[in-house]
Design a protein around this ligand. Structure first.
Ligand SMILES: [Zn+2]
Length: 71
């Protein structure tokens, strides 16, 4: 069986395996590409990490852009 590959889009909220020091594990995707820009939903801290590191760090997708209209 082929390995399922997640697709990531701007404004998706994802959960990472390791929590941020502020206690939040939710991050919003601000930028996609070779590097991914993420914003911590807990404290607003922004990071930029290589896509392959991001894919390893993601545990699951919490929301899709279409369901995130209120923010
Ligand atoms: Zn944080």
């Amino acid at each position: 069986m082929a390995k399922e590959r997640l697709t990531f889009e701007l404004n998706q909220v994802v959960e990472l395996k390791k929590p941020h020091p502020c206690g939040s594990k939710s991050w919003k995707i601000l930028r996609t590409g070779i590097d991914f820009g993420l914003r911590c939903e807990g404290c607003g801290h922004r990071i930029l990490i290589p896509r392959k590191d991001f894919e390893r760090a993601v545990k699951r997708i919490l929301s899709d852009p279409s369901s995130d209209l209120s923010s």
